[in-house]
Design a protein around this ligand. Structure first.
Ligand code: PMV
Length: 336
């Protein structure tokens, strides 16, 4: 009899960025992210018992089998010893779909690997509820580093930070005691380019290996994590804005100062950032931006500022925006 597991896991946007890795997908610095609500991957994993010893694993993305992601998923699943029993005894079919369009600056590999790791772990059936998220987070990390942060909401920390007891390079942990100011945080993703990225994150991470500023960057990011942990608990918007924006620019500065330098920001990105600075100054509202490894801008603001910010987006960001995805801090994933 076929058993079917459904895993729905959200993507996340880093506020303090993971950029540079070592060993088996271990981070060179700690990072903090906000887990999204509406941007998620839904995986259906169908497991049918089989007798033969050959691996049978099919992968369909939005109903089609010829997706480029397929090879990466299969390689990942085969590498995890935790999934060996499942691969040996069952014929497996994965059906995956995203709630958001492709190449929009939403990390689809984060939500996809979170959902896949969770679905396979659940199918293995050996994990108690109290261990589930930690184990799934570690396994998701091995598929895509940032995926390990998608198990906790609204914010999570990944990476060992001295003085922060439960922090680890192996898996992410939830951040407790979040101030009300940040519980309703909105993320409006302003799409200036829909084309897939020219340089993958893996290539970007690799360029940190002999980057002249790597050491300073890792220290800076760890300090930002410590400061942001306090900020998220005290509700200080001023500090939130300064850490978040500095992190975004610092990530792009690493790309622009690598030996094989490159630039992902385009004129639309700079135009929007400048409009955000102007809007913040005039409105005195706590709005700010972050960037992922791409040109699209994530506009962050509390729920209380929604009306004014939506007006700003519609009437003052008139050039170059192709579309907007209105997302916000989420509540986590689900599996059944
Ligand atoms: O998880 P990866 O290998 O796709 O790397 C993610 C890197 C950034 O998205 C730029 C930053 C982050 O912390 O998510």
């Amino acid at each position: 009899m076929t058993r079917e597991i459904t895993a729905i896991y959200p993507s996340n946007i880093a506020l303090v960025k993971y950029w540079g890795k070592r060993g088996d997908q271990l981070p060179c610095n700690a990072s903090i992210s906000m887990t999204l609500r509406k941007s998620y991957t839904e995986i259906k994993l169908a497991c049918t018992p089989k007798k033969n010893s050959e691996m049978e694993l099919e992968y369909y993305f939005e109903g089609k089998s010829n997706d480029g992601f397929r090879e990466r998923i299969i390689r990942y699943v085969c590498r995890q010893k935790e999934f060996a029993g499942l691969l040996k005894n069952y014929s497996l079919r994965i059906d995956s779909k995203n709630s958001f369009p492709h190449s929009t600056g939403i990390a689809s590999s984060a939500s996809a690997f979170a959902a896949i790791a969770a679905a396979f772990l659940k199918a293995e059936d050996q994990v108690t509820d109290s261990q589930f998220n930690r184990k799934a987070s570690r396994l998701a990390r091995l598929g895509s580093g940032s995926a390990c942060r998608s198990f906790y909401a609204p914010f999570s920390l990944w990476g060992k930070l001295e003085g922060i007891d439960n922090s680890s390079d192996e898996y992410a942990v939830p951040i407790r005691g979040i101030h009300d100011n940040f519980k309703s945080l909105r993320d409006s993703i302003l799409i200036v380019e829909e084309a897939p990225k020219k340089i993958s994150s893996s290539m970007g991470h690799a360029l940190m290996k002999d980057h002249p500023y790597a050491k300073a960057r890792y220290e800076d990011a760890n300090n930002h994590c410590r400061e942001l942990l306090t900020t998220l608990r005290t509700g200080n918007f001023e500090s939130f804005i300064s850490i978040t924006e500095r992190e975004a620019l610092s990530l792009h500065a690493m790309m622009m100062t690598a030996k094989d330098y490159y630039m992902l920001m385009i004129p639309g990105t700079i135009y929007i950032i400048n409009q955000i600075f102007r809007f913040r100054e005039l409105s005195k509202l706590p709005v700010c931006f972050t960037l992922d490894a791409g040109p699209n801008v994530h506009l962050l603001y509390p729920g209380s500022a929604e009306e004014e910010v939506h007006y700003f987006i519609k009437h003052h960001l008139t050039h170059g925006i192709k579309s907007v995805i209105y997302d916000q801090a989420g509540t986590g994933g689900s599996i059944f």
